[in-house]
Design a protein around this ligand. Structure first.
Ligand SMILES: NC(=O)c1ccc[n+]([C@@H]2O[C@H](COP(=O)([O-])OP(=O)(O)OC[C@H]3O[C@@H](n4cnc5c(N)ncnc54)[C@H](OP(=O)(O)O)[C@@H]3O)[C@@H](O)[C@H]2O)c1
Length: 307
């Protein structure tokens, strides 16, 4: 199947293209550096020829509201016109868990606008909402830094490895459109401030992290559950400390064989026990089981081979 990956040279896009090719799909990395620009339209129609699916994992070069809005709206409209002309049957887009709860943030308002265009279109679609990537955590700390202090709201936080995000998006791209939102998150829940403190300390970064309930996240106020997915979200398998160890050695954390769904009460396994003094871990850590459901239609054995 031909799958065009818009933003196929980015963090998620490059992993996605690799995974789809390993599954023997014709995955095309489309981005300005490959001659495909969804803002100017350059190369878009040619890239779409013969495509069954278009996956949009591009990102706005600017997070400022006006620029991000212009980017996501223009890009999505241009893609939709080209997809309609080419007869593309499935539009997949990557967005962020909690987007609709972060309306005070310009970037997230722009993502809401992108999603609204997708939902209003006649092209069948799937929107994947992922939690924050582990790889984005340093940028979060930097954005919240004032002098030597990093201010963060002590809310729940459930980040995930970019490799697990790419696995979830690849799985979505080859499945039938859900015409709705699929949520994916990491396998562990933390306190936002605690995890960033742990991350900085692991990097010998001297910045002090202060828990401040009023601290904003890219302009948005955070409530306890703003950043975390619902209980039926699909979960990646990569644990933060494993990723941290591997990224410190410069090695990519290997792909993950399974994607799990947070379980229903009847099938719950015990949550990891909180260790004394370990403020990173939270007793509300999600539970897991090794099947997928809902999201991908009927219940099915959910084995995503290392890719
Ligand atoms: N950061 C997070 O924690 C997080 C969490 C959940 C969801 N997301 C979402 O994940 C998506 C991808 O993020 P990412 O970090 O993988 O992005 P990224 O690494 O910054 O990559 C952005 C990609 O967009 C491409 N691009 C930029 N302008 C374009 C244009 N005019 N036409 C076509 N392609 C264009 C870039 O191409 P070039 O390389 O050629 O410039 C690049 O391939 C974003 O939509 C974001 O909202 C992010």
């Amino acid at each position: 199947m031909k799958i065009v990956v818009i933003g196929g040279t980015g963090l998620i896009g490059s992993k996605l293209v690799t995974k789809l090719k390993q599954q023997r799909h014709e995955a095309v990395a489309a981005s300005p550096s490959r001659g495909v620009n969804t803002i100017t339209g350059e190369g878009v129609a040619a890239a779409m020829e013969g495509a069954s699916v278009v996956v949009d994992v591009s990102n706005s070069p600017s997070f400022e509201y006006g620029a991000a809005l212009e980017f996501f709206q223009t890009s999505t409209r241009n893609l939709q016109a080209a997809e309609t002309a080419a007869g593309v049957g499935h539009h997949v887009a990557l967005s962020v868990v909690g987007t609709d709860r972060l309306a005070e943030s310009g970037y997230f308002r722009a993502k809401v606008a992108q999603e609204a265009l997708i939902k209003a279109s006649s092209i069948p679609y799937s929107i994947v909402h992922a939690t924050q990537f582990f790889e984005f955590i340093k940028s979060i700390a930097d954005a919240a830094t004032d002098g030597n202090t990093v201010r963060l709201a002590p809310v729940l936080f459930q980040p995930m490895a970019s490799d697990d995000v790419a696995t979830a998006v690849a799985r979505t791209a080859v499945a039938a459109p859900v015409n709705g939102v699929i949520e994916v998150g990491g396998p562990e829940r933390f306190r936002f401030d605690g995890l960033i403190r742990h991350f900085l300390s692991s990097r010998n970064d001297p910045r002090e992290v202060v828990a401040d309930p009023e601290a904003r996240y890219f302009g948005g106020m955070l409530a306890e559950r703003t950043l975390i997915p619902e209980d039926d979200a699909m979960l990646g398998e990569t644990r933060f400390d494993d990723w941290l160890k591997q990224s410190a050695t410069g090695k990519e954390v290997a792909g993950f064989e399974h994607f799990s769904a947070q379980s229903s009460p009847s099938s719950r396994t015990p949550a990891p026990r909180r260790r004394r003094g370990d403020e990173r871990r939270n007793e509300a850590a999600p539970t897991r089981r090794w099947i997928s459901r809902g999201t991908f239609g009927r219940r099915s054995s959910c084995v995503l081979r290392r890719q």
